[in-house]
Design a protein around this ligand. Structure first.
Ligand code: UT7
Length: 334
């Protein structure tokens, strides 16, 4: 029997219209464009600021564009996963809402919570389902409305994050393209450094939790920074080495867009020049699970069949990993 691979066959994306610039942020907290650009690398970020709209709104727009661009029949979708830390509701899943909005009648659906690493974990999950032979077409969405949990009075976190979503279609193929290798890890020691204190089962919402601003993202930036640089650099190098990838034959590095200094450190460890690194942090900031597919969405037209792509991400937990993808088609699908 021929080996089945899982290959990405299309990309769709969506970012909200509202642009929150560094200038506007400087009027909200004690910060400035120069600090944000040199310490983080974000110029502006998109914010979903219409009342009543959550992550599923952006995820749905991204997935709709994906379906339209690929021409896939929604009845043939076997599964849809939404990687997110900011679901519409605790339950039901954002993915189940998408099933309804997209008219997916034959799919199973759930959300995947692996913070900023959610898209990478989702790629591995989708590839495993497809390579098992039991599933043929899977939609994976990375989507986060980070503005729903960012404290816009905390200058240490509010410049970093933005809202956005992107989706990929992953299909079975017998060609030698697709998700070729992955190395994923979780180091549970990350809890004290990056979390939201209240709203879960340990500390359900109450007047006390609201009064004490416990429903916002909390981060000890310096510690997370160090773990991110060392773990992303290390794990990406391992995946590159064991697949015979090096600065000559890596076509693109696709790093999580958390901080331009982290991106530069990972690229320099691989000795890959900046023109081979997908970077859009300056326009969208850190959209958590959205960053990696949004990079694909932005750079799709430059990609060629056979390109060697290495994705890497790091997030709360801590979660981290690297995935090697041999790209499956030329240029834009639209
Ligand atoms: O996606 C999940 C993973 N997350 C990450 O990978 C994020 C990792 N961490 C980071 O990217 C960085 O640590 C931050 C961007 C969060 C912070 O940058 P930093 O270079 O580590 O700054 P710092 O926290 O060490 O702060 C340096 C100084 C402090 O002042 P003092 O104590 O030296 O006087 C801060 O109070 O910068 C000050 N500061 C600011 N100044 C102007 C902190 N935030 C700001 C600000 N504007 N927005």
């Amino acid at each position: 029997m021929e080996k089945i691979n899982a290959v990405i066959t299309g990309v769709g994306g969506y970012v909200p219209d509202y642009v929150l610039t560094n200038e506007e942020l400087s009027r909200m907290v004690d910060t400035n464009d120069e600090w944000i650009m040199t310490r983080i690398g974000v110029k502006e970020r998109r914010i979903l600021n219409e009342e009543g709209l959550g992550t599923s709104y952006m995820a749905r727009k991204a997935a709709k564009q994906l379906i339209q661009r690929t021409g896939v029949n929604p009845d043939e979708i076997d599964a849809i996963f939404v990687s997110t830390t900011t679901p519409d509701y605790h339950f039901p899943s954002t993915a189940s809402i998408l099933c309804d909005k997209l008219g997916l009648k034959n799919a199973f659906a759930f959300d995947l919570q692996a913070a900023c690493c959610g898209f990478l974990y989702g790629l591995e999950l989708a590839a495993s389902l497809i390579c098992s032979g039991r599933h043929k077409k899977v939609i994976l969405v990375g989507a986060d409305k980070m503005s729903s949990m960012v404290d816009y009075s905390d200058r240490a976190t509010c410049p970093i994050f933005g809202d956005g979503a992107a989706a990929v279609l992953i299909e079975a193929t017998t060609e030698d393209y697709g998700i070729m290798d992955s190395l994923l890890r979780t180091d549970g020691k990350g809890l004290p450094f990056l979390h939201m204190k209240a709203g879960g089962s340990v500390c359900p919402p109450s007047y006390f939790t609201v009064d004490h601003r416990m429903h916002y993202l909390y981060q000890e930036g310096r510690t997370v920074f160090k773990y991110a640089v060392s773990n992303m650099s290390e794990i990406t190098s391992v995946v590159a080495e064991r697949n015979g990838l090096n600065k000559e034959n890596i076509s693109w590095v696709i790093p999580h867009q958390a901080n331009l200094r982290i991106i530069d450190a990972v690229a320099s460890r691989l000795e890959v020049p900046q023109e081979k690194v997908m970077i859009n942090i300056q326009r969208y900031g850190n959209t958590s699970a959205g960053t990696l597919p949004l990079c694909l969405w932005d750079y799709e037209k430059k990609l060629k069949k056979g390109d060697n792509l290495i994705f890497t991400a790091f997030g709360a937990g801590f979660t981290y990993g690297a995935v090697y993808v041999k790209w499956g088609y030329d240029g834009n699908k639209r």
